[in-house]
Design a protein around this ligand. Structure first.
Ligand code: UDP
Ligand code: UDP
Length: 265
């Protein structure tokens, strides 16, 4: 904020924006299910109209554009781990589709602007990411469990906790995004960015109870509709094309995240 070359502009990306820029990171869109489902129409507008406007901008000023896509484009996957050439299994009319289909449409727009107008596009598919400075009420599993454990509240496991996710520390993810943005001309991706170590949600709950020395007990809540059963990225492409892989082990990343939440809850 103190850097004289930094300018922060508040703008809703569903409306056009005229700027002079070299690189555009289109990260707009809430990513936590509870947040993106509050106003699903706004969520899909953000992804679709946001992609159109940022692509129109990229085309006009000849900027490179990176789209933050998501492992959600794979939906509830039938192949494991997920590789970029897998087309996914997404419910087009479910409560997650405002996010999943919005991001899929954004990928489609990126590739069409690339093929039709020669826009220099980059697509990164981000898998579950966590770390310090997540909102206390973010609603995703890592922050929920840490906040519940620190407050001695019940740990809310949805379903039986056997569903899996693979968690990436925020610093690793940011490094991956920057490498993707600055990757060679013509490499559009999509490329998976995530950590290829998979944990059940129950394992995560137990790990966090232990790490916080919490007295919280685990309670089971209904599994949300269309909640993916299993998710793990194949990151061979990111390794090969970006020389990237995550460096921070889950235990270290969780430790830093717990330290952060101790200060704010
Ligand atoms: N756009 C923008 N900033 C720009 C250029 C375009 O926000 O600097 C928006 C504008 O709303 C436009 C959209 O991006 O409708 C798509 O641009 P494109 O040039 O593809 O479409 P067109 O202007 O031909 O409809
Ligand atoms: N989850 C849970 N308890 C919570 C929040 C999430 O058991 O308090 C589960 C959720 O059902 C899902 C997994 O944890 O299976 C990851 O959920 P999250 O919302 O973090 O991200 P998703 O990968 O589903 O977008």
């Amino acid at each position: 904020m103190d850097n004289p070359n930094f300018e922060c502009i508040r703008h809703d990306i569903i409306n056009p924006i005229y700027l002079e820029v070299d690189q555009i990171y289109n990260l707009a869109c809430p990513a936590s299910p509870v947040h993106y489902q509050v106003n699903p129409i706004k969520t899909i507008k953000t992804s679709v109209m946001g992609a159109i406007n940022t692509l129109g901008l990229a085309k006009r000023v000849k900027a490179r554009i990176l789209q933050a896509s998501t492992s959600e484009v794979y939906g509830d996957p039938e192949i494991h781990p997920q590789t970029e050439d897998y087309w996914g299994r997404v419910n087009p009319i479910g409560i997650r589709s405002c996010y999943d289909e919005g991001k899929r449409a954004a990928e489609c727009l990126m590739m069409d602007y690339h093929r039709q107008n020669g826009v220099d596009v980059k697509i990164a598919r981000i898998f579950n990411t966590y770390g310090p400075r997540m909102a206390v009420r973010d609603g995703r599993v890592v922050s929920n469990f840490i906040v519940q454990a620190l407050k001695g509240e019940e740990i809310t496991v949805y379903g039986d906790g056997s569903q899996t996710r693979s968690f990436c520390y925020v610093e690793d993810l940011v490094e991956g995004l920057i490498r993707m943005m600055n990757s060679p001309n013509g490499f559009t991706g999509p490329v998976n960015l995530g950590t290829p170590q998979e944990f059940t949600i129950m394992e995560l709950a137990k790990t966090l109870i232990r790490m916080t020395a919490s007295s919280s007990r685990i309670v089971f809540k209904p599994l949300p509709q269309d909640d993916p059963v299993q998710r793990r990225p194949d990151i061979a492409l990111a390794r090969e094309r970006l020389g990237w892989e995550p460096r921070v082990a889950l235990a270290d990343g969780l430790e830093k995240t717990i330290d952060y939440f101790r200060k704010v809850v």
